[in-house]
Every structure is written in C-alpha cells, then in structure tokens.
Design a protein around this ligand. Structure first.
Ligand code: SAM
Length: 371
C-alpha cells in the first residue's frame, strides 16, 4: 500500500555537513558568535514523538497516525548524546535541558540523565541539568529522575480547567494527572519548579488568573509564553497572540506584582514577584513575539537525530551525527563545532516580519528541534 506523502517529511532534515577545520586546537571553554553572544545553554531533543497534540505545536491534522516519525535508528543513542554534550560543555555550556517531543517517552531516560549528570563545566561545577515535560507521566518518573541526577524540571500546563486543558492537548488528557506530576516533582526535590503556560488569545487566556491563584504561595515560577510562529504547521496568527504586557496587566488587577531584577544573562523570562510580603511564588513572561530577546541568546539546540540548530526559528541545521557516525574523533567534532557557533548571526525574533527574517526556507518544527 502506498504511504501518505507529507510535504514536510523531506524538509525537516535539511542540514549542512560540518567542516572539520585543519586546526584541531582543544576547546578553550569559551565561544562567541558574530554578535558576541557566548555559547552557554544546550537543549537536546531526545524524541520527536509526543502523546499530546497541542494545536500550537503538533496539530492532529498534520501529526496523525500516518505521520512518519523518525525511526529509532535515526535517533542519537544516549552514548552519542553524552559524547556530544561533553564537547559542548568543553566549549562553555553550563546548562543542558532535555526536551522533545515529550522527553519522558524516551525509554530509560534516567540512564541518559545519569550520564549527563557526571559532566562538569570548565570551572569544575555540576551542570544545571533540567528537563521540559508535559507532565503526563511525571508522577511515575520524578523519583527516578531525581535519583539519576536531574536538577529540576519545567512542566508545561496551559489550563487548570479540565475541559480547556483536554481541548488544548487534544489527546483528552486530564489536568489532574499533570497536577499530580507537578506535586510529585516538588516532593522529589526537582525544584524550584517552572510551569509554562502558552497563552492563546480567546483559547485559554481566561486561565491566566486561576493559574496564578493556584501556584501562588508555592516555590514555583509560573511563566506565560506568547504563542510563537515556530515551524510551519501551527496556523500562527498575530491575532492569537496575547502580549505579555496584557498578561501582567490582568494579573496586577488581582495580585499586585513587583518587577524582579535580571538574575542571569540570556534569561528568557522577565520576572515578577508578588508584592504582598512573605508570599512565595514568581511570575515570568516570555515575550518572544512582542519583545524579542535575541540580543543575549546563548542557546544551541541539538535535534533528535543530531543536527545542531542555532535558533528556534532556523530552517537548516548542521549534521553532527554525520561526524559522529562517520568516525570523527572528539578533537575533530569539537573543532567542527567552533566555526559553526563563531559564524552564528541568527536573530529571527528581532527581524520577524521583515524581509531579512527568513531565507525563504521552511522552518523546522519545534518537536523535532526541541522546545
Ligand atoms: N513535551 C514537552 C513539553 O510539553 O514541555 C517538551 C517539548 S515542548 C515543544 C516545549 C515547550 O514549547 C512547551 O512548553 C510548549 O508549550 C512550548 N511550545 C510549543 N509550541 C509553541 C508555540 N507555538 N509557541 C509557544 N510555545 C510553544
């Protein structure tokens, strides 16, 4: 039987073959791109599969039963991921986030966590090792992840109202199980927790205040993310974006907030605390659309099959797996990463809407590149 042909199937793999320079000087622990941004943060997608079908990320109409997900043989093995991660750390990475797809769907993920937890930054410190999850199986996994050496987790949760939540995940998944996952993560010491809510105007914006009410008083950073135009399948429209300034205005009507200072360079969120004394909890906004933050972006992304992307909105990656599986040495791979980062000039969000923003090629999907 002829398979269904999906236009994006052959487009999401685009990548250039990295060039191994003649100079194999060992990593110096510090790399800067053309805009003087250091490499500090590596996001690794461990699977392109997810059990949710959020319309803003993996809409059911595209990611249906016929969709050709990557075969297991295409995925980087844990050993390959850990080997590449060590090279990125030698180049100055201090934080690794496991993502996907839904990372907890990757079998024995704890084994990878344990391997990554052994890495040390160039200063000899443990990495900031974290994971982003939809929380659906977190209640079962939290203890084992903590034992393996995971530092903390970020849980995506778009609504407290069960009907809205089920509609948004489009997998009829109940909110109670994600809330149980969040509680389990807190109990296991995977905090301070972050909870991410993607806000779509007219879809879940009435959940903003209830979400804040629910997490207020707990050591949780609740972050509101503007609906972004990642990939090419989520039907993004500017009209669906609720700017972060509106989110803060709605919250401030109920809970007075105080702006918090920036704590780390490259921080994606603007942060607020509750003005009422002694009340735990934090609010964050991630305003990739209304207030782009490319200027200090220090993130690289390693796709499920080992392609390095330098921007969430990139259309082309750099095929590190070809080097790994082609027998290149650690010195050669590390040397190949250097010019890739040094030539980086991506700043899509700042250029959004302008002609220079894209190269006309289709952008990769978020579940593949890693959110
Ligand atoms: N499955 C995991 C999860 O749900 O957290 C990890 C992968 S998911 C792609 C990572 C994050 O990206 C989630 O918080 C998700 O809500 C967010 N995301 C996906 N598509 C988005 C979009 N179009 N705009 C804003 N955030 C988006």
């Amino acid at each position: 039987m002829a398979g269904k042909i999906i236009a994006i199937a052959d487009q999401r793999y685009r990548a250039s073959a990295p060039i191994v320079p003649a100079d194999l000087a060992p990593p110096s622990g510090s790399l800067h791109d053309r805009l003087q941004r250091p490499l500090r943060d590596l996001r690794i997608s461990v699977t392109d599969r997810c059990n949710f079908r959020c319309s803003y990320c993996m809409p059911k109409e595209v990611f249906d039963k016929q969709y050709a997900f990557l075969p297991h043989s295409s995925l980087l093995s844990f050993e390959e991921i850990a080997r590449l991660a060590a090279m990125f750390v030698a180049h100055g990475v201090k934080k690794i986030r496991l993502t996907g797809g839904e990372p907890l769907l990757r079998r024995d993920l704890e084994r990878l966590v344990a391997m990554l937890a052994e890495l040390r930054t160039v200063e000899g410190e443990p990495l900031d090792l974290t994971l982003t999850t939809n929380g659906s199986i977190l209640a079962r996994k939290a203890e084992a992840l903590k034992r393996a050496g995971l530092g903390r987790v970020t849980v995506s949760l778009d609504a407290l109202d069960d009907a809205i939540f089920r509609r948004m995940n489009d997998a009829d998944f109940p909110v109670a199980e994600v809330l149980a996952g969040i509680d389990a993560a807190e109990r296991s010491g995977l905090g301070p927790l972050k909870v991410n809510m993607v806000v779509k105007r007219g879809t879940n914006d009435r959940e903003i205040v209830p979400m804040a009410r629910h997490f207020r008083g707990r050591d949780v950073a609740l972050r509101f993310i503007e609906f972004m135009d990642v990939g090419a399948t989520n039907g993004w429209r500017m009209d669906d974006v609720l700017p972060s300034s509106d989110v803060i205005a709605r919250l401030a009507e109920v809970f007075p907030l105080e702006r918090m200072p920036v704590s780390t360079v490259g921080e994606t969120a603007e942060r607020w605390r509750y003005a009422e004394r002694g009340v735990a909890g934090e609010i964050g906004t991630i305003s990739s659309v209304s207030h782009a933050f490319c200027g200090d972006c220090n993130r690289a992304r390693l796709s499920t099959e080992g392609k390095l992307f330098l921007c969430l909105f990139a259309s082309r990656g750099h095929d590190l797996r070809a080097l790994v599986r082609g027998g290149a040495s650690d010195a050669e791979i590390a040397a190949a990463i250097r010019p890739i980062w040094e030539q980086r000039a991506d700043r899509y969000s700042e250029l959004r809407g302008r002609a220079e923003a894209g190269d006309g090629e289709r952008r990769v999907e978020m579940h593949y590149i890693g959110g």
